[in-house]
Design a protein around this ligand. Structure first.
Ligand code: WTA
Length: 622
């Protein structure tokens, strides 16, 4: 059986064979380093089909930058039409939640048909280039079909995670100004039908918006009986908006991160090809939902741009049996398996009981994303799923970066547990102190991207220029992550702001606070993260109430306003929340108390007594 890695000391390197088949080429960093703009131009020319070439590769004015200016292309054409020379190749494998429901294979020619039908339907609803379409769908083929249909007609999709609540959807529909909402009647979760339409309807109350409802029973075959329609891909400027995706920031309001067609297409294509060594006849299973950026880039656009096969799965990886994910990999002969550390930690709880039963020999590459991966989980993944044959590629990136930006490349390595690795060729990151001075190797600092910014980096925040500007300081892009560097490889430690990662899902503590503060009888709420063995981090809420409230009421409120993923793991009712004289809630102190750390220096507090009270409460609960 093919071995792609070998161990040298504590570090893993690609084998000679892996080097040979590595798509990126051994000289890629060197080539990129010579002239980053020229390098991206070369990638853009060879990776993407353009209707018209660009006249200017990169331009930056202040914080506004653009790539491939004057270039014209269509993202959907690149993901679908250009593969029609191999019409029968499977583009999408859809695995329903129930193992009793048939797996569906959609070829590129079939995908082409469906996307055209969907594009026609959107046009019928009056959707034009530049209009926003909200997509609130479970992981069924139509999620990809409608995303691609939007891209085809130049509409801007705004995909909202189907486990977000009606209120969360409503906020995103309103901010985006969506003209149409695409949703489904239901989907399956642990064998139960979840009524999605009810939530979708609730979210639109009083808003003028048209709806397209996919019937889950007909999933993947929605357009079977419809008359055939062909919609010409709309010519898009490289800098036109491809999509917006709402993500959490430090304020309570989610922000619509905007990506540009040209830069996104180039980076999604090349990162998918080179990070996962994905070839046309191979398949990739990215377990992320399309409601998150990972699902956008590696369940939809990346694999399709490269002409490979993407596997999407409706269910949970451990349902109905804990080895469901292994069964799917085995049965569908998955080549690239890309998931989050939380899922891996969950699988690892079963030890090797299940993994021993499968040889998983179709696998070539393993990927991890969304949160820092600890060494034990990395090794478990490597040994038991990868059978010590496949590299674990720890990919660091963000909604804002559009695709993986820091990771090792499979034919180059090294693969070091807990280290993401080097910036993707053509992208430059630095680790700096508060004054933006480079810190010494091994020293923790802030992770920043320096210009020329990557083609795939966000171009704006939807209708919020002020928020966009906040991403930059003295001309560098602030990732808001802490990291350090050793031997040229970067280790990302986690967020430097109030964003938390709950099971890899990005949440804002401020958003949860806002939800709780809106509950009748709540005077104030503070939310901080607490380390969790399984989920990485979980939110913990401190509530100052004016009436007697129960933990259940607080949790129900969060579920209603955001969704079950944001549920506080613990709720404390407190007399007072520690604050500075200027009224700032001291989340740092709450965080320390929850972590069982000693709290010193409370002299800046106006209410130092609150600390002792909370300490007693927290201890009491433990
Ligand atoms: C974190 C997900 C460590 C990081 C693609 C980042 C990671 C945030 C890694 C973005 C990784 C993502 N190692 N941390 N490999 N990947 N993160 O926008 O804190 O949902 O800022 O994008 O996830 O989360 P987002």
């Amino acid at each position: 059986m093919m071995k792609y890695v070998e161990k040298k000391g504590k570090v893993f390197w690609p084998t000679a064979k892996a080097k040979e088949i590595g798509l990126a080429g051994q000289d890629v960093y060197k080539r990129a380093g010579e002239d980053r703009i020229k390098f991206w131009e070369e990638l853009a020319r060879t990776g993407v089909d353009w209707i018209e070439p660009w006249h200017t590769a990169y331009e930056q004015k202040g914080l506004k930058f653009g790539w491939f200016l004057g270039g014209k292309l269509n993202l959907c054409y690149n993901a679908v039409d250009r593969h029609l020379d191999k019409p029968d190749q499977t583009a999408v494998i859809f695995v329903p939640e129930s193992p009793d429901e048939k797996v569906q294979r959609i070829s590129y020619s079939e995908l082409f048909k469906q996307v055209n039908q969907a594009a026609g339907l959107l046009q019928k609803k009056g959707v034009k280039k530049g209009d926003v379409v909200a997509i609130y769908l479970p992981m069924i083929p139509e999620a990809l079909v409608f995303m691609l249909a939007c891209a085809r007609i130049g509409a801007i999709h705004s995909v909202v995670f189907s486990a977000f609540s009606a209120d969360a959807l409503r906020t995103r529909i309103k901010d985006g100004g969506a003209k149409v909402l695409v949703t489904a009647n239901y989907y399956f979760r642990k064998g139960k039908k979840i009524n999605l339409l009810e939530q979708a309807n609730e979210s639109c109350r009083g808003i003028e918006i048209q709806k397209i409802v996919v019937d889950r029973a007909k999933r993947g075959r929605m357009f079977e009986k419809a008359e055939e329609v062909i919609v010409k891909p709309v010519e898009m400027d490289a800098e036109d908006a491809a999509f917006i995706l709402y993500t959490s920031g430090t304020t309570g309001k989610p922000k619509g991160v905007m990506h540009a067609v040209g830069g996104y297409a180039v980076q999604a294509y090349w990162s998918c090809r080179d990070v996962f060594n994905l070839k046309e006849n191979e398949s990739m299973w990215c377990t992320a939902d399309v409601g998150w950026i990972t699902g956008h880039t590696y369940a939809c656009y990346g694999p399709l741009l490269t002409g490979a096969t993407t596997l999407i799965f409706e269910g949970l990886p451990n349902y109905p049996e804990p080895d469901r994910y292994l069964e799917v990999i085995d049965k569908e002969k998955v080549n690239v398996f890309y998931t989050a550390p939380t899922a891996l930690r969950m699988f690892a709880l079963d030890g090797t009981e299940h993994t021993k039963k499968y040889n998983l020999d179709s696998l070539k590459i393993l990927g991890s994303v969304g949160e820092p991966i600890d060494e034990a989980t990395w090794m478990w993944f490597f040994k038991n799923i990868g059978k010590s044959r496949c590299p674990v590629i720890d990919t660091y990136w963000q909604t804002e970066t559009g695709s993986a930006v820091i990771c090792a490349l499979p034919g180059i390595g090294p693969f070091i547990p807990t280290y993401a690795g080097k910036p993707f060729p053509g992208i430059e990151y630095k680790i700096v102190d508060d004054n933006l001075r480079k810190v010494k190797p091994g020293k923790k600092g802030m992770l920043v991207q320096v210009p020329p910014f990557a083609p795939g980096l966000m171009r704006g925040v939807w209708k919020n220029e002020k928020r966009y500007i906040k991403y930059f300081k003295k001309g560098v892009y602030l990732a808001e992550d802490n990291a350090f560097e050793k031997g040229g490889n970067l280790r990302v430690l986690g967020r430097a702001d109030d964003i938390i990662k709950v099971a890899g899902h990005r949440m804002s503590t401020a958003e949860i606070e806002n939800a709780i503060a809106g509950l009748k009888g709540v005077a104030e709420a503070a939310v901080v993260s607490k380390a969790d063995k399984l989920r990485g981090e979980v939110p913990v809420a401190f509530v100052k109430a004016k009436r007697s409230l129960t933990e259940e009421e607080v949790i129900a409120r969060v579920v209603k306003m955001i969704g079950p993923i944001a549920k506080p793991a613990e709720v404390y009712f407190v007399e007072d929340i520690p604050k500075t004289r200027s009224g700032k809630m001291m989340r740092r102190i709450l965080k320390a108390l929850i972590a069982g750390e000693e709290v010193t220096n409370t002299s800046t507090l106006v209410n130092p007594g609150s600390v002792g009270e909370i300490e007693r409460l927290v201890r009491g609960k433990v």
